[in-house]
Design a protein around this ligand. Structure first.
Ligand code: XMP
Length: 319
């Protein structure tokens, strides 16, 4: 019988074997996958691991504080916090194509990781929390034609020439299994239960051009949406919930004045592995209440819509 304890022991041996006495850089995204990968690798090779958390200005509200707090204070695992907002925002200027965004972000993450690797005297390995569904969806759908749906930042979004070898201990696992492993490794429940968050972050939730201003608007709206979901006790019933800031302006009225501002879409889905997803049906007045709060509190948004698309035919993220 295969158990998570056995998986953990086997992977630790495998990581030690692959890495030897080399150094490993682990990119932390704030999500469950990279956190679990980091804990597992730390258990395997301890001080040979350096975690790198990159803030490219495409994170959600409070994300940096939570991740830095967990790794530095709770686990005492060395963590480099890189402030790379300018690098990402400058590079994203004028980019509107979803795959171009993904490729730029994937490449820029690697540039930052390589720079950090050089600072610690070189690292031969880059660790990522890649899961089985990431591998499948970035490569092709089995049985069908070989079509790339999206270049996942931790798979297909990587540059072809990279100096570090990949360490991906979760490559065979599905999300629910990663959560079991996370619990096994003592990851706090709030982290284990976190909704997935994509590597390219808010950039792929802003169709059209990504700017600092649009990231700020989206961050505020997203925080309100998630705060209300938590307050209603619905967070754990949902696989993933987030807001998308659309490149569409509509006319509205506030007080006596005309407004002409952006449309924001809300999305919430249930799923077991992210490969298929169903629309989450909120009870009664939940969505109207959230819409009112967002329009009142977030400057730049004057209309809120809800996305009723399942996967397939939609994908979970909009880009
Ligand atoms: P889609 O949008 O393809 O997403 O239906 C399926 C799941 O994968 C997440 N996702 C990503 N995760 N890097 C990641 O780490 C990525 O580039 C990426 N793109 C999508 C998405 O949030 C959903 O949970």
């Amino acid at each position: 019988d295969w158990t998570m304890a056995e998986f953990r022991a086997a992977k630790i041996a495998e990581i030690r074997e692959q890495v030897g006495d080399g150094k490993v850089i682990c990119g932390l995204s704030g999500g469950v996958d990279s956190s679990v990968a980091a804990l597992l690798i730390h258990e395997a090779i301890g001080e040979q691991l350096t975690c790198v958390f990159v803030d490219g200005g495409i994170l959600r509200a409070g994300e940096a504080e939570q991740v830095v707090g967990l790794f530095r204070n709770h686990y005492n695992i060395p963590l480099v916090h890189v402030e790379a907002q300018d690098l990402f925002m400058d590079g994203l200027a004028g980019v509107t194509d979803p795959e171009a965004k993904r490729k730029f972000i994937g490449k820029t993450f690697i540039d930052v990781f390589e720079a950090e690797a050089n600072k610690i005297g070189g690292a031969g390995f880059l660790a990522q929390g890649t899961l089985y569904p990431d591998v499948i969806e970035s490569v092709s759908f089995t049985g069908g034609p070989s079509v790339t749906i999206k270049s996942h930042h931790n798979v297909g979004g990587l540059p072809e020439r990279m100096n570090m070898k990949l360490v991906e201990p979760l490559r065979e696992l599905f999300k629910d299994e990663v959560r079991v492993l996370g619990r096994e490794l003592g990851l706090p429940d709030v982290f284990v239960g976190r909704h997935p968050f994509p590597g390219p972050g808010l950039a792929i939730r802003i169709p059209g051009e990504v700017t600092r201003e649009r990231c700020d608007i989206l961050r505020k709206a997203d925080a309100i949406y998630l705060e209300e979901i938590r307050a209603a006790g619905l967070y754990d019933a949902i696989w993933q919930a987030f807001a998308v800031l659309l490149p569409v302006k509509t006319v509205g009225v506030m007080g006596d004045a005309r407004t002409y501002d952006s449309v924001l879409a809300l999305r919430a889905v249930t799923s077991t592995d992210g490969m298929t997803a169903q629309v989450f049906q909120f009870p009664g007045d939940f969505l109207p209440r959230v819409a009112t709060r967002i329009i009142n509190e977030v400057k730049g948004v004057n209309r809120v819509v809800y996305d009723y698309t399942s996967k397939p035919p939609g994908t979970i993220e909009w880009e």
